[in-house]
Design a protein. Sequence first.
Length: 293
Amino acid sequence: MGGPSAEREVSLSSGKACAAALREHGGYTVIEVDAGRDLSAVLTEIKPDAVLNCLHGRWGEDGSVQGLLEWLGIPYTHSGILASALAMDKQRSKDVFRAHGLPVVESVLAAAADVRAGHVMAPPYVVKPNNEGSSVGVYLVQEAANGPPQLDADMPDEVMVETFAPGREMTTTVMGDRALTVTDIITTGWYDYDAKYKEGGSSHVVPADIPQEIFDLCMEYALKAHHALGCRGISRTDFRWDESRGAAGLILLETNTQPGMTATSLTPEQGQAVGISFPDLCAWMVEDASCGR
């Protein structure tokens, strides 16, 4: 858990929650590791039977630590190298989804300097890093915007710009080969970092109170996305649904290969909604761990 990414604090919360859940479940000796540059040496000394990967963002979720664990021959949870790298690269994962007939919005990669200088597509649109998660550094440019977004200096040199998909925010967790349920995420504004991780930042309706057709499509699309990317273990796919357009208004935003496991997180909540306790969910991930993922 932890690590050097922009999502370090959330990862620490996920790791502590999962460690506590595994201890509550029983049958496991749990060692919490804050992943630093000496991770290889630490793991070689500990010699774990399995690694529950609670890292979020770059290095922990993009195939990097997965490669290290493969090299060390230590079974680990969640997706392997290729699926992790694909899912973290938003533009390439969109290409995969498109090739499998999944509905995504138009998007382009652009230099941050060009995005600051002028609209690279007609508003409304969203600007985000191509390889971070958890709504880190996300800009929504409204239709009535007077000018282009003034991105922070710490944004990467290349960013993704995508057409804004209006509507309700929904998400579905996949566990192995099973889509769990659909959550309708209700916020007063943009579903940003604070809305995801702060108490009261958003409210969740689970299972979502939506037409059965849309519910079923979310479940179907999440499972298809999981398989299209080659994911393993747990993943969570996010959607936007424009009610005025019916089934045509359902858009797949992205797939998270290592969704949050904090007190406010969507995946543990979905597990509980279908009768899987948080300790049982964490134990399932550990028992599912392997190399060659």
